[in-house]
Design a protein around this ligand. Structure first.
Ligand code: FAD
Ligand code: UQ1
Length: 422
C-alpha cells in the first residue's frame, strides 16, 4: 500500500464527498478561498482515472497508465484527504459516518460521489467479464480487454449494449462500437463481423442535430442498430446474450431475444451510489435531489451537489461538471455569506463522439439543443475534433477542471457566436 498524508480531523468548514472530477474541482476552488485546513475531502480510492480517456484506451489509442494519477498527488495542498468511504449521511446533525463508524462533521458540504456501475444488475455479467469475448470501456479492469478482443476478433456477432438506466457519458457504448468497426476494417476482417448496437433507447442519440450525423455514421458502417432492447443476461458458457424488448415507455414487454456473440461490449446499468441512495438527500430515483438551477440540496441549504450523482436532467459528463463547478463556486460562497444563491446552471454537457480511430463529432448541448463552442459545424465527424479529444481534453481535465480553474466553455461560446454563420 502507498503511504500518504492521511489526517483524521473531526470537523471541516467544507466537507467534500468524492474525489473524482467534481469533488477535486470543488475542493480546489474552496481550498484556495478558505483558511488552511478548512476543507476535507473523503475519497476511498488511491488511483484517480481520467475516465473520458477510457474510450481511447479501448481503441488502443491511449494507454490506461496515461489516464491514471495517484489520488494523493491530486488532493489540493490546503485540503485534508480522508482516505475512506461515506457509509451514511446524517444531515440533520451535519455529519457523515465512515466505514469504521467514525463521524466527520461539517458546516457546509458538497456531494460529488459520481454514479455507480451496476454490472450486477445483469445476470451473469460479472462472471462473463472474466471470460473471453466480454469487455467494457466503463471499467478500468475491463477496458484494455476491449482492444485485445477487437484485435483478436475472428468473426461472428460483435454486440454493443446500452442499458435501461441513467448512465454517464451516454455516447461511450456507441464510441466503442464505431472504434471496433475501424479496428476490424484496418485488420481486414470487417466482412466477417455482424455488428449489432442494441440500445434501450428509442433512437441513437437524444439531440436532433447530432442524431442525423450519427445515423449516417451507423449506416455507412453497416451497424445493425436495434432499439428498445435491454441486456438482462449473459451466458458466457454458451456465449449468448439475452435482451428484453422494451415498450415506448422503456418498460419490459415480456418478450426476449437471445443473441450469440463473439465479442460483447457491455454498457453497464448504473445507479446512484449506495450511501446516497439510502440518504434523505435522494429523490425516489436515488439520485441527489437538487434545485436544477442552483444545485443546492432541496432539503438542506448548506449542502450542494456536483456531477453525476445529482438528479439534474443534463447528460452526465465531465464537461457538465465544469459548468456545475462554476455554479456552485458562486452559490456556495453566497450561502457561506448568509445570502441566497443566485447563479443558474445552464444545463451544459458535452460528449465527444469518437466515430473512428481519427474522427470525432464534438456534441455539446443542453436539454433544449446544441450549445457549440467553436464557430465550425460540430455535427460533422472531423479530425480537428479528434485531436481535441485526444490531446486537448486530457490537459484541460488534469490542469484545469480538477484544479478548479476550468469553468466550462460558455465565455468562448459567446465569442464564437459572433462569427458563427448557422
Ligand atoms: P467521478 O469522477 O466518477 O467521481 C466520483 C468519486 O466519488 C469517485 O472517485 C468515487 O470513488 C467517489 N465515491 C463514490 N462513493 C463514495 C463514498 N461512499 N464515499 C466517498 N467517496 C465516494 N465525460 C466527458 O465530459 N467527456 C467524455 O468524453 C467522457 N467520456 C467518458 C467515457 C467513459 C467510458 C466514462 C466511464 C465516462 C466518460 N465521461 C466523459 C464521464 C465523466 O468521466 C464523468 O461524468 C465525470 O467523471 C463525473 O464526475 P463526478 O465527480 O461526478 O464523478
Ligand atoms: C470539457 O470541458 C471537458 O471537461 C474537461 C470534457 O471532458 C474531458 C470534454 O470532453 C469536453 C468536450 C469539454 C468541453 C470543452 C470544450 C473546450 C469544448
Amino acid at each position: 500500500m502507498r503511504t500518504s498524508k492521511v489526517v483524521h480531523a473531526k470537523h471541516f468548514k467544507l466537507l467534500v464527498v468524492g474525489g473524482g472530477a467534481g469533488g477535486l474541482g470543488a475542493a480546489s476552488k474552496f481550498a484556495r478561498k478558505l483558511p488552511r485546513g478548512s476543507v476535507g475531502i473523503i475519497e476511498p480510492r488511491e488511483d484517480h482515472y481520467y475516465q473520458p480517456g477510457f474510450t481511447l484506451v479501448g481503441g488502443g489509442l491511449m494507454t490506461l497508465d496515461a489516464n491514471r494519477r495517484r489520488q494523493e498527488d491530486l488532493i489540493p495542498k490546503n485540503a485534508t484527504w480522508i482516505r475512506d468511504k461515506v457509509e451514511a449521511f446524517e444531515p440533520v446533525k451535519n455529519l457523515v459516518k465512515l466505514r469504521d463508524g467514525e463521524e466527520i462533521s461539517y458546516d457546509y458540504m458538497v456531494i460529488a460521489m459520481g454514479i455507480q456501475l451496476r454490472f450486477d444488475m445483469i445476470k451473469g455479467a460479472k462472471e462473463a467479464l472474466k471470460t473471453p469475448g466480454v469487455c467494457s470501456n466503463y471499467s478500468p479492469f475491463y477496458v484494455e480487454k476491449h482492444y485485445k478482443e477487437a484485435t483478436n476478433f475472428k468473426g461472428g456477432n460483435a454486440v454493443f449494449t446500452f442499458p435501461n438506466t441513467p448512465i454517464k457519458c451516454a455516447g461511450a457504448p456507441q464510441k466503442a462500437c464505431y472504434i471496433t468497426d475501424s479496428i476490424l476494417r484496418q485488420r481486414g476482417v470487417r466482412d466477417k463481423a455482424h455488428m449489432i448496437y442494441a440500445t434501450s433507447l428509442k433512437r441513437l442519440f437524444g439531440i436532433e442535430s447530432y442524431l442525423k450525423s450519427l445515423e449516417k455514421v451507423a449506416k455507412e458502417k453497416n451497424i445493425d442498430v436495434r432499439t428498445r432492447r435491454n441486456l438482462i443476461e449473459v451466458d458466457s458458457e454458451n456465449k449468448m446474450a439475452t435482451f428484453e424488448f422494451l415498450d415506448d415507455d422503456a418498460k419490459p414487454t415480456g418478450k426476449t431475444e437471445r443473441v450469440e456473440y463473439s465479442l460483447l461490449h457491455i454498457g453497464p446499468p448504473c445507479s446512484a451510489p449506495e450511501a446516497l441512495r439510502k440518504s434523505s438527500f435522494a429523490d425516489k430515483t436515488g439520485f441527489m435531489d437538487v434545485d436544477v438551477a442552483s444545485l443546492q440540496s432541496k432539503k438542506f441549504q448548506n449542502v450542494f451537489g456536483v456531477g453525476d450523482c445529482m438528479n439534474t436532467p443534463n447528460a452526465k459528463t465531465a464537461a457538465a461538471v465544469s459548468s456545475h463547478l462554476k455554479t456552485i463556486e458562486q452559490n456556495l460562497t453566497q450561502v457561506m455569506q448568509g445570502e441566497q444563491p443566485c447563479m443558474e446552471y445552464d444545463g451544459y454537457a458535452s460528449c465527444p463522439l469518437v466515430v473512428s480511430t481519427n474522427r470525432v463529432v464534438l456534441a455539446e448541448f443542453n436539454s433544449k439543443g446544441a450549445m457549440e463552442t467553436t464557430p465550425f459545424d460540430q455535427s460533422k465527424p472531423t479530425y480537428w475534433a479528434y485531436l481535441m479529444k485526444r490531446y486537448f481534453m486530457p490537459a484541460l481535465y488534469w490542469n484545469g477542471l480538477i484544479k478548479g480553474y476550468w469553468n466550462g466553455p460558455a465565455t468562448i461560446r459567446n465569442c464564437s457566436r459572433l462569427v458563427k454563420s448557422k
